[in-house]
Design a protein. Structure first.
Lengths: 350, 350
DNA sequence: CTGAAAGCGCTTACAG
DNA sequence: CTGAAAGCGCTTACAG
């Protein structure tokens, strides 16, 4: 890279509405009307103003506008963990929805830390953000969240609920998803099924576990305590958890996983033991990540459309802003996607 | 969720510096000094002001401050694809560095689209962002990028270069990384090696390919045109590309992959053909994602520390802001991590 | 459409 | 430390 004398741009005063008005030969008020896309301005005048804007390289100053208007177009997406691929899908869906509606989405990552969540939200408040989507960190205080949310600053929780906060959430129908998947395993003849992965302090874990228990109980199948092993929601969590299960009891024939990523870890653990996923042991995931159909064997999983989460969450936020009334929470539909990772007990190898 | 009468917060005027001053029994100027952490204020006064801030629920208005100061603490991280797990690592590293330095990082996703890149950057400019890190979209115009970057608005490119833009970049030493990895494969006795995955219009592809070619040529090994198969950088890309390679020629004994994710796709393709990765065919990746050591077999790969990229990029940005001189580009060091995915030709199965 | 004016909430420089 | 004042760039309401 060539070192060059840096331009002294710091001294070039930025063009303002006044400069644009002079260059276009119109008044300041008119320029402002054009900027805001007002109706009552002649097409000819609009053209003149736009040419002046172009020539001067004028940049609209939203800080000034926000200060004057007391409103901003910023919407924050506060993400618990950017490394979570499903969350990345949800974020992209939200971004698309928000832009369609004229908002500017900004993503902030809190890495599952309440402390970071607190400082990041404080900063966002100083920046006059118009609303928040957040996947709350574990241990988030209901009272804190309740204090944050208002019709001035609506908050919609994604994927997780904070009990007692009265803040609406949008999340998959976790109970139903795992219930359907477990029923499917049972229909293949499986009787000893493990439930693997997930962090106990987060609401989605309790819900998915509940779906598992419900299906097992309805089929009058026993659940041994050692067959439910929580763990981190990373690939490593699934791997470690499955080794734990198989170490304590090798009569398991199927594994219901907390997420697809956990299922990937389960695949790794099985292969390390010389087992073939879907052959000796059936595996089901949750999320339907893009990679899951590409796994070998392709992963049977519970599909949750990230676009649905994004759309419903945006509708809720806008409703709160516009109607000034707290919207209802929503459960987004789920669907079992059957692929190749589940042997029936009859055709089971080993 | 219970519907509740929404609080009429819209009518509650927010506390300002003046209100805080009154409540604390000091002047507006003093409050401002306290807010900015100025030295010359008695500890007792600072305490009084902070109590008033707490009581009134005062929120600092950065729009007003930025307008007055003509400076902001916002730094944008413009990401080409949030679904790319390595980029997620880099973003998290950058965030940590930026916060340490008192900046507020915001992430914006452009989904590999030049159009979105243009509109997002325009929005960020209106928000008076103090600097940009970006992984430029394919087809980014050098002239556009050149026009964007200045000491007022420094831009550091990450992972990719835009030739002719004179904008500094920070990226891994791609040539060296693939060169080292290919040399390693050659040292294991491999003579027919494929180079798989990656998009030809992006600078990192050309560099990694160059490293491959250099190592092969130095060892006087021939490269057949069919052995170099570009593809999307997703898992599916690796899968499709490897099938292509094996369909056209089955004498390949090793595969150098553009990234770890591509290598995961290669694993899938091999397994679909009844082959075991690392047994019949050696596989090497690039990135060293967290998952790679958990794969079965654990993936040999080129490690690039995301923290190094983050730290060096931040240093460069700050240097540009403070010294008013365009910093040099930087190549970050790489390291070959040998795991279990590479059989030698001698011990090769099949 | 124009033009003068006021004000959003902050910071800064200044006289005391 | 105080207190009055000016100004950042915008929008809005108003009289013309």
């Amino acid at each position: 890279m060539v070192k060059r004398k840096s331009p002294r741009l710091a001294e070039v005063r930025k063009a303002t509405v006044i400069d644009v008005a002079k260059a276009a030969g119109v008044s300041k008020s008119t320029v402002s009307l054009v900027l805001r896309g007002s109706e009552g301005v002649k097409a000819e005048t609009v053209a003149k103003v736009n040419i002046a804007i172009e020539q001067l390289g004028y940049v609209y100053n939203r800080d000034a506008a926000s200060l004057r208007n007391k409103e901003s177009n910023l919407i924050a997406i506060v993400a618990n963990d950017l490394a979570n691929p499903y969350l990345a899908q949800v974020i992209m869906a939200l971004e698309a929805e928000l832009e369609r509606r004229g908002f500017m989405p900004v993503v902030v990552n809190i890495n599952e830390s309440v402390a970071r969540q607190t400082t990041m939200i404080a900063s966002l408040r100083e920046h006059n953000v118009a609303g928040y989507f957040m996947t709350p960190a574990p241990e988030t205080q209901a009272s804190w969240l309740k204090g944050l949310a208002s019709s001035d600053h609506p908050v919609i929780c994604l994927m997780r609920d904070v009990a007692g906060s009265d803040v609406p959430y949008v999340m998959p129908d976790n109970v139903k998803g795992v219930y359907l998947a477990t029923q499917y395993l049972i229909s293949l003849g499986h009787k000893r099924i493990a439930f693997v992965g997930g962090v106990e302090t987060i609401s989605d874990y309790q819900e998915r576990k509940q779906g598992f228990i419900r299906a097992m109980e309805e089929a009058q199948l026993p659940i041994k305590a050692e067959d439910i092993v929580p763990s981190s929601t990373k690939r490593e969590g699934g791997k470690v958890a499955l080794h734990r299960v198989l170490d304590s009891d090798n009569s398991i024939t199927a594994v219901m996983c907390f997420t697809d990523v956990v299922a990937y870890g389960v695949y790794s653990a099985l292969m390390e033991r010389g087992l073939t996923p879907g052959k000796e042991i059936a595996v089901v995931g949750f999320d339907d990540l893009e990679d899951s159909r590409l796994m070998s064997p392709a992963l049977t999983t519970v599909k949750v459309r990230a676009e649905d989460i994004g759309r419903v969450a945006c509708e809720r936020l806008q409703q709160w802003r516009e109607n000034n009334s707290v919207p209802e929470s929503a459960l987004v539909g789920v669907e079992l996607v059957v692929r190749a990772s589940c042997c029936s007990v009859g055709e089971r190898a080993g």
